[in-house]
Design a protein around this ligand. Sequence first.
Ligand SMILES: Cc1cccc(C(=O)O)c1OC(=O)C1CC1
Ligand SMILES: [Ca+2]
Ligand SMILES: [Zn+2]
Length: 309
Amino acid sequence: RYDEPTIGSGVGVNGQTKSLNTYLSNGNYYLYDTTKAMNNQIRTYTSNNGTYLPGNYMTDTNNNFNASDQAAGVDAHYYAGLTYDYFYNNHNRNSFDGNGATIASTVHYQSNYNNAFWNGSQMVYGDGDGRTFIELSGALDIVAHEITHAVTTYSADLAYHNQSGALNESFSDVFAIIVEGDTNDWLLGEDVYTPGIYGDALRSMSNPEQYNQPAHMDDYYHSPDTKDGDWGGVHTNSGIPNKAFYHVASDIGFEKSGDIYYKALTQYLTSTSDFEDARVALEQSAIDLYGSGSELQAIKNGFDLVGIG
Ligand SMILES: Cc1cccc(C(=O)O)c1OC(=O)C1CC1
Ligand SMILES: [Ca+2]
Ligand SMILES: [Zn+2]
C-alpha cells in the first residue's frame, strides 16, 4: 500500500466546508500537508484536552474531517496553510523561519482553555469555555497572529515586554488583519469571541479604545513588567501602533503597507526597538521601496496621529 499526498475535506468551527491538504498512510488520512515549497510541512495534532505537545496527529478513516471534534483541527490546518501562502506569495518567505520550517499546530489543548499561543516551537489552541471563546483556531486572524509571532522571533525578535513587546503584539495584529485581507475587518478574534454576542472582538485596530486599549501616546498604559502586568501591558499598548497601522493601511492599502511592515520587521527592527524606532524603520522601509512619496507620507501621518514622533 503506497503512502501519498491526498486532498480531503473538512467542516470548520463555524460550519464552513473547506478543502484540506492531507496525507494517506497505512489506510489513515492525516492532517499533514506536504504541498508547500521545499517540502515544508504543515502538521496538525490534537492534545485530546490534555497538555501533551504536540500530541497525536489528527487522522480520519475516509478523508472527510466532518466530526465536531475535528473542526478545530480543520481550521488550524487550513488557516495555517493560508498564512503560509501569504508569506510565501507576498514576501517570498518559506515558512516562519524563511527556511521551510514545519508549521505544527495542536488543538484541544487543556479544557475550557481561553487562549492561543506560540510556545516557541509550535502553535497551541484551546477550545475556549464556550462563552468567552469557542475553539480559537476557528479564526484566521488568530492563526495568522500566532504564526506572525514565530516570524517575529526569527527576524526582529522584539523582546516581549514594554514598547518592544507592544510592537511584537502589534506586528502580529497587523499581519493578522492583512492575511484576512478585508478592508472592512479591523477586528481581532471576532469569529470565535463570545458566541452569544454579535459583533464584538478581542481588539479593534480602527478603534482600540472600544476594547480598552489606548490609541495615542498620551494614554500610554504604565503597567508592571511582570506576568500579571502583561509584561508592561503588551496587549494594551499595542493599541497605539495598531491605530497608526489603521491610518497607514487605510491610506495606501494592505499590499503596500504589508511590504513596508514586512521590510521593517525583517530588515530594520531589533529586539530592543521602541515605538520611535518603529516609526524610523517604517519610514526607511517606505523610502527603500517607494522613494519619498505618498507611502512615506502615509507612515509619517499615521504615526503623527498617534503621537509617536
Ligand atoms: C487569545 C490570546 C490570549 C493570550 C495571548 C494571545 C497572543 O497570541 O498574544 C492571544 O491571541 C491573540 O491575541 C489573538 C489575536 C487574537
Ligand atoms: Ca478579523
Ligand atoms: Zn500575540
